[in-house]
Design a protein around this ligand. Structure first.
Ligand code: MLT
Length: 387
C-alpha cells in the first residue's frame, strides 16, 4: 500500500549525502575501486582517552537512565571552560549552554522555536542543506544570501532588501564555511550583530569547523560585543575530535534562545546518553595537542591533494580552514556532470557544488577524509579524466 505522505516531505529533496551514498554503493556493487571524497566524515580515529572514558562511563549504571534535557551540568561546565580557554568568552553553564545530539539536530530544530509559517529566515547559498530544509519544516520561507567568490564567500548584508529584513526572524551563518572553506573575521561578525540587532533577528552561527584551521585560529561569533544579545553558536565534537558517529554537539549563547531551543527539544528528544556526555567532557578537557594532530594530518593531505589538482589543471579556492577543497569545475562541465563523470569514469566520489545551492554551481567539493596515498591516487585519476 502507498501511504499518503505529508506535503512537507513530498517537497523535500533526498538528503544530499544520502543520495551520494546511494550512487557510491551502486559503483561498489559494480566492483569499482571507489575513493570517497564525498561526505565530511573523518577517517582518523577518536582519541584513545575519549574512548576509554566512554567504556568506563558505560559501565556505570548511574549513566543508564534518562539524561537531563539540557545536558549534565558537568558537561555544560566543561563547555563553558573550553569557551573561556579557546575564545576568552564567558558562558554561564546554567543558562547559556545546551547539549545536542550532534549540531545537525540543533540546527534542524532551531527554526521551530522562532520561525512561524510565512516568516523569512536567511540562509547562505552555497550552504549546508539542513539550514534551508529546517526553515521549510517550520513553514518559513528561506531567503538566499549568496556567497560569492569575489566577496570571499561572505554574504553581502547590504544586498538584503529592507522589506525582507523586516520580515526575517532568523539567520544562519557558518564560518569556517562548509563547503567554501572561507573564514570570517571580527569585522564581518560585527556587521552581522549590527544588522540583526536593527531588525530583531536571531543569529545562529554554525561553528562546527572552528578547530580545523591551518593558520590563525578562527574567532567565535560570541567574541563580538552584543553577539550574545542576539545569537547563539553551534559546535560539534564530530570534526574536532573525530566523533561523527557519537552524535554530540552543543549550542551556546543567548539564554532566551537556548531556552527556546530547549523547549522544542524537551518535547521531541530525551537528551544525549550520559556516557557520551562523560566522554565529551574528556574530549573538551583534552590537551590542545589532540586537535593539533588532526590539523597536521589535514594540512599534509591538503597540500598533497592541491598539488595534484594543480597538475590536473583544476583551480581551487585556497583553504585556510576545514577539511574540504572547494574547486572550480573544469570548463565544459556543470558541477553535476563533473561529479557524475568522476564517479562513473574515475571511481571518485565528490560533492557537486549545486548540491549546496544554486550559487554552488561551477564548483565541486572534495573532502580530505582519506589517507595521503588515496588522495594522491585520486588526483592522478582526476588528471587522467580531464587532461
Ligand atoms: C558534510 O559533508 O557537509 C557534513 O559532514 C555533513 C554533516 O555534517 O552532516
Amino acid at each position: 500500500m502507498r501511504n499518503r505522505w505529508a506535503e512537507r516531505i513530498k517537497k523535500l529533496p533526498p538528503y544530499l549525502f544520502a543520495e551520494i551514498d546511494r550512487l557510491k554503493e551502486e559503483q561498489i556493487a559494480n566492483g569499482v575501486d571507489v575513493i570517497d571524497l564525498g561526505v565530511g566524515d573523518p577517517d582518523i580515529q577518536t582519541p584513545f582517552h575519549i574512548v576509554e572514558k566512554m567504556i568506563e562511563a558505560v559501565r556505570d549504571p548511574s549513566n543508564h537512565r534518562y539524561p537531563s534535557y539540557y545536558g549534565m551540568l558537568d558537561f555544560r561546565k566543561a563547555v563553558a571552560a573550553w569557551y573561556r580557554r579557546r575564545f576568552g568568552v564567558t558562558i554561564n553553564p546554567e543558562s547559556e549552554v545546551i547539549s545536542l545530539i550532534g549540531s545537525k539536530e540543533g540546527i534542524a530544530h532551531i527554526p521551530l522555536a522562532f520561525v512561524d509559517p510565512g516568516d523569512i529566515a536567511l540562509v547562505p547559498d552555497p550552504g549546508y542543506p539542513v539550514y534551508r530544509v529546517s526553515v521549510v519544516f517550520a513553514g518559513g520561507n528561506p531567503y538566499t544570501m549568496p556567497l560569492r567568490l569575489e566577496n570571499g564567500f561572505l554574504p553581502d548584508l547590504s544586498e538584503i532588501p529592507k522589506h525582507i529584513a523586516e520580515r526575517t526572524k532568523l539567520m544562519f551563518i557558518n564560518y569556517p564555511n562548509n563547503p567554501t572553506t572561507a573564514v570570517a573575521g571580527k569585522d564581518f561578525f560585527k556587521e552581522v550583530v549590527k544588522f540583526a540587532d536593527k531588525y530583531g533577528i536571531v543569529v545562529c552561527h554554525d561553528a562546527a569547523y572552528s578547530e580545523i584551521y591551518f593558520d590563525e585560529a578562527p574567532v567565535s561569533f560570541l567574541e563580538i560585543d552584543g553577539a550574545k544579545d542576539i545569537g547563539i553558536e553551534f559546535h560539534s565534537l564530530s570534526k574536532t575530535f573525530n566523533m561523527t558517529g557519537w552524535r554530540i554537539g552543543f549550542a551556546v549563547g543567548n539564554a532566551d534562545i537556548i531556552r527556546a531551543l530547549g523547549h522544542v527539544k524537551t518535547n521531541i528528544d530525551s537528551g544525549v546518553f550520559q556516557a557520551i556526555q562523560r566522554a565529551a567532557i574528556a574530549a573538551l578537557e583534552s590537551d590542545e595537542g589532540v586537535a593539533q594532530l588532526s590539523r597536521d594530518i589535514y594540512r599534509r593531505r591538503r597540500d598533497i591533494f592541491i598539488n595534484g589538482l594543480k597538475q590536473a589543471g583544476i583551480k581551487i579556492f585556497y583553504p585556510k580552514a576545514t577539511f574540504y577543497i572547494w574547486a572550480h569545475t573544469p570548463s565544459g562541465y556543470t558541477s553535476t556532470d563533473f561529479a557524475l563523470s568522476l564517479l562513473k569514469k574515475s571511481g571518485i566520489v565528490a560533492t557537486p557544488g549545486i548540491g549546496f545551492g544554486s550559487f554552488g554551481e561551477g564548483f565541486i567539493r572534495f573532502s580530505l577524509t582519506i589517507n595521503e596515498d588515496r588522495l594522491k591516487e585520486a588526483s592522478d585519476r582526476i588528471g587522467k579524466l580531464i587532461l
